[in-house]
Structure formats: C-alpha cells, structure tokens
Design a binder for this molecule. Structure first.
Ligand code: AMP
Length: 126
C-alpha cells in the first residue's frame, strides 16, 4: 500500500481562465446553482442530454494543485454534483469526470467536475 504524497504541481500561479470570468459574470453562462464555495453551469458543448460543470470559486488550476486544505471543498464539489444530477433527472445514473492536465484531456485550467447523464454511458471512455 502506498502512502499519499503531495502531487507535483505544474504551475503555482493562479491564472484567470474563462471560468473565473463566468464566476464574475463577465461572460454569460447558464448557471444552475451557486453558493459561497461553488458554481454549477451547463456545459457549452454538451456531450449528453444533461452535461453540467461544478467548479470551485477558488481558482485551482488542476487536480494536482489541490492541497490538504482543499479536502472539504473537494467533497463539496462532489456532493453538489450528486445533488444537482438528481435534481436534473439523472436518478437512473450519471457519470462524473475530472480531467487532469494535457494527457487527461483538460482544456480549461480551473478545476471542474463534469456531470453527464440521461443517456447510457460506455466504458472505456475515449
Ligand atoms: P475540460 O476539457 O475537462 O477542461 O472541460 C472544459 C469544458 O468546458 C468543456 O466541456 C467545454 O465545452 C466547457 N466550456 C468551455 N467554455 C465554456 C463556457 N463558456 N461555458 C460553459 N462551458 C464551457
């Protein structure tokens, strides 16, 4: 069994992305939910009938940049994803995805949880 070591981060500086602009209402988005820690909005290029993103308001670039201090925030993102998925009619099932860095398929460097539902998902993913 391995012990958990801090991940190696790629870049320490928080860089504003378009998701910061969505949080700050500088660009529009179809917002589903907001509280003091997270924002959820529909993906602009949906890959399923339900496809939304849950993001922290805190700008964290990648999953590798999460720290011990972010554990509660990470749990809140997951819990928000579950609650909204059910509210949006995904009681038969849904998928959550978090892409990390280039090889993981990440394109926006502000962590986000994809929630996809209301169609049959397949495995392995592409
Ligand atoms: P990823 O490739 O995991 O970094 O996911 C980024 C996601 O953000 C993609 O699914 C995009 O379709 C989505 N996206 C990009 N721009 C916007 C936007 N302005 N509003 C909503 N979703 C967006």
């Amino acid at each position: 069994m391995s012990t958990l070591r801090p991940a190696q981060t790629t870049e320490k500086t928080a860089v504003d992305t378009l998701f910061t602009k969505i949080i700050n209402r500088e660009i529009p988005a179809k917002i589903i939910y907001e509280d003091d820690q997270v924002l959820a909005f529909h993906d602009i290029a949906p890959q399923a009938p339900v496809h939304f993103l849950v993001i922290p308001k805190k700008a964290v670039r990648t999953l590798n940049d999460l720290t011990e201090d972010d554990k509660a925030l990470a749990g809140h993102i997951l819990f928000t994803a579950q609650r909204l998925a059910l509210e949006l009619g995904c009681e038969k099932g849904f998928r959550v995805v978090m892409n990390c860095n280039e090889e993981g398929g990440q394109t926006v460097y502000h962590i986000h949880m994809h929630v996809l539902g209301q169609r049959q998902m397949h495995w392995p993913p592409g």
